[in-house]
Design a protein around this ligand. Structure first.
Ligand SMILES: Cc1ncc(COP(=O)(O)O)c(C=O)c1O
Length: 374
């Protein structure tokens, strides 16, 4: 059997990882500033993570949501504590798309309305409704097309006001920092406007924090910078440091009922152990502070390169916009200097490293980057 060929892959076989370093099958070392697409939050094979997952596997790896799973409550408590959203409720699933799918559905259950506002440049996943609110017609299959989604221009407050005035809006979904869209930071005033309008029209504010959340920006959620609370935060990626864990946290005003949401795998014992290990390391090692500090340092230093068109982002979610003539740099970083980075079309390098990134590794990147742009 062959693989279904959907990924334009790099010819590199990664067989080992430690912290922010990974190694291929020939023993070549790579600096990982991509984190497997913002997934590796506490570093590859963190000893506490390995120990906790191994111990859990020796106990029990999986049982379904038909029985009590105290680890879920421990995870909810720790998450409430670290995020500051202590009074929210946690529903666990397995991926970012699933988290958004559940959030959009829950919003509609809550207020009985159908229309969703999304924004140009958005990416929310590939399941039915998640892809329908994603601004990329190429990945929307005919069966996923719906008239329930309104795409508005990014950061256009007037368009937002008009859309609310003329439609029965169920929810607004927005990334605090657009990831796939090229590391575009939502302004505080735009997020505050969404909050005000959602309150005025009984709509649900969904903060897609799949990529920009979980401490990456230096605050737990990127939306926190605006000083507002969303009604639902969606999470995945860094939540399990590579183990597939997703979830939504839900404002106390939205009440649950049996059968409203559900999943087979979500919240299983092993997933919860992974989620707890991540939060324990984040707290113990002050990783949000580290993300703010090292990220701030990288942004400041990168802004000094006059060849760069723009540096955007917060903490360790950084976009480096390059002119077309420097578009080759990302490939050079990988194949000549063994540094993994992400990309956004057309010419943005995305840095999404582990929140444990050291100053020495940040300097290693800056030095190489300097030689490539000059
Ligand atoms: C902001 C955002 N939302 C949702 C998703 C979808 O997550 P997943 O690939 O886990 O379904 C992604 C993935 O890149 C994302 O960046």
């Amino acid at each position: 059997m062959k693989l279904f060929d959907v990924y334009p892959i790099n010819p590199i076989n990664i067989v080992k990882g430690e912290g922010s370093l990974v190694y291929d099958d020939k023993g070549t070392e790579y600096l990982d500033l991509y984190g497997g697409h913002a997934v590796i939050s506490i570093g590859h094979t963190h000893p506490h993570y390995v120990k906790r997952l191994e111990a859990q596997l020796h106990q029990i790896g999986f049982y379904s949501n038909s029985v009590e799973i105290p680890l879920q409550k421990q995870l909810a408590e720790k998450l409430g504590h670290l995020s500051g959203k202590e009074d929210y409720q946690l529903f666990l699933c397995n991926s970012g798309a699933e988290a958004n799918e559940n959030a959009l559905k829950l919003a509609s259950f809550y207020n009985g309305k159908k229309k969703v506002i999304a924004f140009s440049g958005s990416f929310h996943g590939r399941t039915s409704l998640a892809v329908a609110v994603t601004d990329n017609p190429k990945i929307v299959a005919p069966v996923n097309e719906t008239s329930n989604v309104l795409f508005l221009p990014w950061l256009d407050e007037q368009a937002l006001v008009k859309a609310f005035a003329h439609n029965e809006i169920s929810s607004v979904i927005i990334e605090g920092i657009q990831g796939v869209g090229g590391i575009k930071v939502a302004t505080d005033s735009f997020l505050q406007k969404i909050r005000t309008l959602c309150d005025a029209y009984n709509a649900v504010f969904i903060a897609d924090s799949v990529q920009c959340g979980y401490g990456r920006t230096g605050k737990f959620f990127a939306h926190d910078f605006a000083g507002i609370n969303a009604d639902i935060y969606t999470m995945a990626k860094g939540m399990g440091n590579g183990f597939p864990v997703g979830g939504i946290i839900i404002s106390p005003k939205i009440k649950p009922s049996f059968g409203m949401l559900g999943t087979t795998f979500g919240g299983n014992h092993l997933a919860c152990a992974a989620g707890l290990a991540v939060l324990e390391v984040m707290e113990e090692d002050n990783l949000m502070e580290n993300a703010a500090e090292i990220g701030g340092y990288l942004i400041t230093e990168l802004k000094k390169f006059t060849q760069v068109l723009e540096v955007r982002g917060r903490g360790l979610m950084i976009g480096i916009e390059l002119p077309a003539e420097l578009a080759h740099i990302r490939k050079d970083l990988l194949f000549k200097h063994h540094i993994f980075t992400g990309e956004a079309k057309p010419n943005v390098i995305r840095l999404l490293p582990a929140l444990t990134l050291s100053r020495a590794n940040a300097d290693r990147f800056l030095e190489v980057f300097g030689t490539l742009v000059n």
